[in-house]
Write a protein that binds this ligand. Sequence first.
Ligand SMILES: NC(=O)C1=CN([C@@H]2O[C@H](COP(=O)(O)OP(=O)(O)OC[C@H]3O[C@@H](n4cnc5c(N)ncnc54)[C@H](O)[C@@H]3O)[C@@H](O)[C@H]2O)[C@H](O)CC1
Ligand SMILES: [K+]
Length: 449
Amino acid sequence: MRRIDRNAQSLGISGLELMESAGSALSMVARGYHAKTILILCGSGNNGGDGMVAARHLAGEAEVFVLWYDSKNLTPLAACQAERMKNCSVHKIRFRCREEVSSHASLFSRADLIIDALLGTGGRGTVREPIRTCIELANQTPAPILSVDLPSPGIMPDKVCAFHRAKTEGAEVYEIGIPILAEIATGPGDLLLMHDRKRDAHKGAGGEVLVIGGGPYQGAPWLSGLAALRAGADIVRIVTPHYLPEPDLIHIPVMGNSISTPDLDTIIPLCERSDVVLSGPGLGTRSHDVITAIASHIKKGVFDADSLKNPLPQAEESLFTPHAGEFERITGIKPEATPRVRAQSIKQAGLPGTVLLKGPVDVVSDGTKVRFNLTGTPAMTTGGTGDVLAGVCAALMVDLPAFEAACIGAYVTGRAGEQITGIYGCGMTARDLLTAIPQVLFGRTSEGE
Ligand SMILES: NC(=O)C1=CN([C@@H]2O[C@H](COP(=O)(O)OP(=O)(O)OC[C@H]3O[C@@H](n4cnc5c(N)ncnc54)[C@H](O)[C@@H]3O)[C@@H](O)[C@H]2O)[C@H](O)CC1
Ligand SMILES: [K+]
């Protein structure tokens, strides 16, 4: 939900607007109880904010008491709603500790309806005081309890009024105006799935990525490697026939002008020690036997470009990053133009992993989940952008499952492309993309904020 919320904001619907819609839906449900006296219990998060909006809507229609947690951790949206509630004809009673809640026990027994806006999707761990006492007192009354979004842990609701999606079984679901694109398309909300690097992180915490490629196309694996570094990998090794002077990358030479089976003794131990292995960029047509031989030694593999051939290599966890032609080569299915049909083709193909099918709209699917990526520009048809995308996905897969890594990788690379196109237009190179990647991935963007 946080991902969808954040994506909705980037599409122009603010959190406050969503909260207003949520509180309005809640007040409608509350009206169904025809209660004379309503007690709304509000926690310090946005769940509490929803309750305060409902209080404003119900003011004048019933006697409304709002018992709200005046915590120093009040979220900005909840604080805004507390302010908006100030001038309404509802009884506003703040509490800061358990004793203050207990002193208002009589309010609980007076109520014909109790609205539980204490904890929603942000609740974590065992319920702490003073919220716990609110829940206990609510459970002791005969009044029906209407829970907001999901029941606060331990409370016994009569009904649950959920927003956009049911988070618990039996909840009544109300739409709050979230655009469908916020859910089915990638967006800045997807970045919330990334884990923050700990302050005391040791060298290598960003993961070790191995890139296997090059041969006929010399630059491709180096571009992928640099992209992996820019997307957060700590150590990137490049197994490739041709050395390029890139001091940030570790070159692992091979015996001939292309990667071949005598190199397996060098490559297999590297595959085993790496968090993620990306194979294919610039590889050419002569090394597929090497890729199939190493696949079973790879924990997490990104298979790109020339490694996308049958027999299809398969790691413990695999991400395949074909364009339409490569997809047809490995599946025999020619992808239709529309993203929706492309998603169906991926499902039909049943490949053993996640697929990122590149195109004007990228489609990411593991056969069950589907996400569309709309970022990017026509200028990105320039050579090497696919190598950058694969490198970004490889670095993200250190910490994330293939599906999430592909969604974020596609989104971020496309956004970086948009920024660079703004500067260089169709004269952009794949190399130009590299510097924009960390800005989008780790910097604070202005989208929706
Ligand atoms: N798109 C939507 O569905 C919308 C949902 N909204 C509502 O917002 C909540 C989620 O809000 P959030 O601020 O993230 O979290 P909560 O309000 O659930 O709680 C956070 C609050 O509670 C404290 N806390 C956490 N765990 C505990 C605990 N175990 N004991 C005591 N206190 C706890 C924490 O410190 C925070 O202060 C969602 O459910 C919807 O109701 C919005 O209206 C926008 C649209
Ligand atoms: K709740």
